[in-house]
Design a protein around this ligand. Structure first.
Ligand code: SAH
Length: 516
């Protein structure tokens, strides 16, 4: 990471309130070019994935792996910037709202390190958006204050001008959970009625968001009764009684659900994003990661003589991606495929082929090996050379049946699946807390590897959690492992799977989905 001197710079970036997609475009651009990311506990840790793999990652603050005090954080940033590195300092919400950005920027000025401040969506705005509680309102509130219950010394509220605050229509209090009683007392003693509506929002905009409504008189007891922990903010004022019908966040069909996605990382995004959009908390725990085959010899030999084949069969998007990567790597291109009919096992695979400017000769109605055999046609298969480019450990049925029908079949591995433990600690934790609502599987291999990683009593716990699967073969594998399949789409695609899951959970506000 040797960088040119003079290029070193520190970016104090607002990471937004919790949902990682609420960072600004500028913030995201800087993250993608970062050499070092220094992340606060309140900033969404997922954002660190946006930085290049080679970037140094430092988690600071309570619960962070490194407990650095403010001085140590400043020294670390300065030292890196002096080496010519681009340092992104990710702060929860906005850096200028109770973010101590002033102190950090001062030390950068003293050290003559160039810096930039990038704003972010502060927790108050995130909480308002994700609860439907407006901070101002034409008939209820024309002023709003952001205040903190924590004064400079870190002592109980004393330095707060309660009289002044109580005159503002809407008061949003940061860092208030531990001092809630004192805060509401302060406002009431300064003249606000105990009947003033109040709302507490914990982890605003994150899937685990919680909302407690009450009044200044009742909210502290409610928070205690419900065991509300930080981070949360208090919204007090007439507006806190509004928004019940605007609570789009909690009404999303998968709100409050925790779902495990076992699909390999490079393909899981589509499914995980769909489920998140519907409100789910998604644990991405890819059962397998994809690696190049042990030997690329068979693939390379096939690539050198593509013109000999009548059919080229792809059974997955990964197969397509890796096949064409290797083709280009050998200095060849799609012209080698002139005269070869390309067959895809499903619409996603077909789309991957078409995106390379190639026509797909056939897609079976049924997205499995059996369906493929049907569309290729008995007559055309006899005596034909067929190349199947796919995973190293795929099922044997397709080549076997094609050979039985007189075809000359070459099966070449274009990638291989290897066990992965990514995200596994989260799965384990959720399993032992009893906080999992659904497992999802998109192939029989993901079922097999998922079950293989479970230890002792975990397997019986996992069997009590409903599973959604992409198609009948995966369903069979799941059932054989003792899992209970509650959703399977009619079309064996990721989109259809996501829809089937939503349908299953919709109108079943709590507990297990209907009919399970
Ligand atoms: N700079 C941050 C605030 C840091 S102070 C911002 O602009 O949001 C830390 C306090 O912010 C927490 O104690 C809590 O009161 C509040 N906070 C931060 N993120 C929050 C979230 N997602 N949900 C609720 N409160 C949050």
């Amino acid at each position: 990471m040797a960088r040119r001197r003079g290029r070193g710079r520190v970016y104090l970036v607002g990471a937004g309130p919790g949902d990682p997609s609420l960072i600004t475009v500028r913030g995201q651009t800087l993250l993608k070019e970062a050499d070092v990311v220094v992340c606060d506990v309140l900033a969404p840790a997922e954002l660190m994935d946006m930085a290049p793999a080679s970037a140094e990652r430092v988690l600071v603050g309570r619960g962070g792996r490194r407990r650095l005090d403010q001085g140590a954080i400043n020294r670390l940033m300065i030292a890196r910037a002096r080496r010519g590195l681009r340092v992104v300092r990710l702060k929860g919400g906005d850096p200028n709202v109770f973010g101590r950005v002033g102190e950090e920027a001062e030390s950068l000025v003293r050290a003559r390190i160039p810096f930039e401040i990038v704003p972010g969506v502060t927790a108050a705005l995130g909480a308002a958006a994700a609860t439907g509680i407006p901070l101002t309102h034409r008939s209820h509130a024309s002023s709003v204050a952001f205040a903190t219950a924590q004064t400079g010394s870190g002592k109980a509220p004393g330095g707060i001008d309660w009289g002044g605050l109580a005159r503002i229509d809407t008061v949003v209090l940061y860092m208030g959970v531990r001092r809630l009683e004192g805060v509401v007392r302060g406002l009431m003693e300064a003249g606000r009625s105990p009947a003033t509506p109040a709302a507490l929002v914990r982890w605003a905009t994150r899937p685990e968001q919680r909302l407690i409504r009450g009044t200044l008189g009742t909210i502290a007891a409610a928070a205690r009764r419900k065991g509300l922990d930080p981070p949360a903010i208090l919204i007090a004022g007439e507006v806190a009684g509004l928004g019940r019908r605007l609570d789009w966040f909690a009404r999303r069909p998968l709100a409050g659900r925790t779902i495990v996605v076992t699909r390999p990382r490079d393909q899981s995004a589509a499914l995980a994003d769909r489920l998140r959009d519907e409100g789910a908390r998604v644990i991405e725990a890819p059962s397998i990661v994809l690696r190049p085959p042990i030997s690329s010899g068979p693939l390379d030999r096939a690539l050198e003589r593509l013109g000999r084949y009548r059919f080229l069969v792809f059974t997955s998007v990964n197969g397509v991606t890796r096949f064409f990567e290797r083709l280009a790597g050998r200095g060849l291109d799609v012209r080698e495929l002139a005269g070869v009919s390309i067959v895809a096992i499903g619409p996603a695979t077909a789309a991957a082929i078409r995106s390379r400017g190639l026509r797909v000769a056939a897609i079976p109605e049924e997205f499995r090996a059996e369906g493929l055999l049907r569309v290729m046609g008995r007559r055309r298969v006899r005596g034909a050379r067929i190349l199947i480019a796919r995973a190293a450990q795929a099922r044997a049925i397709l080549p076997r049946v094609l050979r039985e029908r007189g075809a000359l079949v070459d099966v070449v591995p274009v990638y291989r699946a290897v066990l992965s433990r990514e995200g596994w600690a989260d799965v384990r934790r959720a399993l032992s807390d009893g906080g999992l609502d659904l497992l999802t599987f998109t192939s029989s291999a993901t079922v097999k590897y998922f079950m293989a990683k479970l230890r002792g009593r975990e397997a019986s716990k996992a069997r009590r959690i409903p599973a959604a699967v992409i198609g009948p073969i995966t369903a069979r594998a799941a059932r054989q492992s003792g899992l209970r399949v509650i959703a399977m789409p009619r079309n064996y695609t990721i989109d259809a799977l996501a829809e089937a899951i939503v349908r299953r959970f919709r109108n079943s506000p709590s507990g297990t989905p209907r009919g399970s």
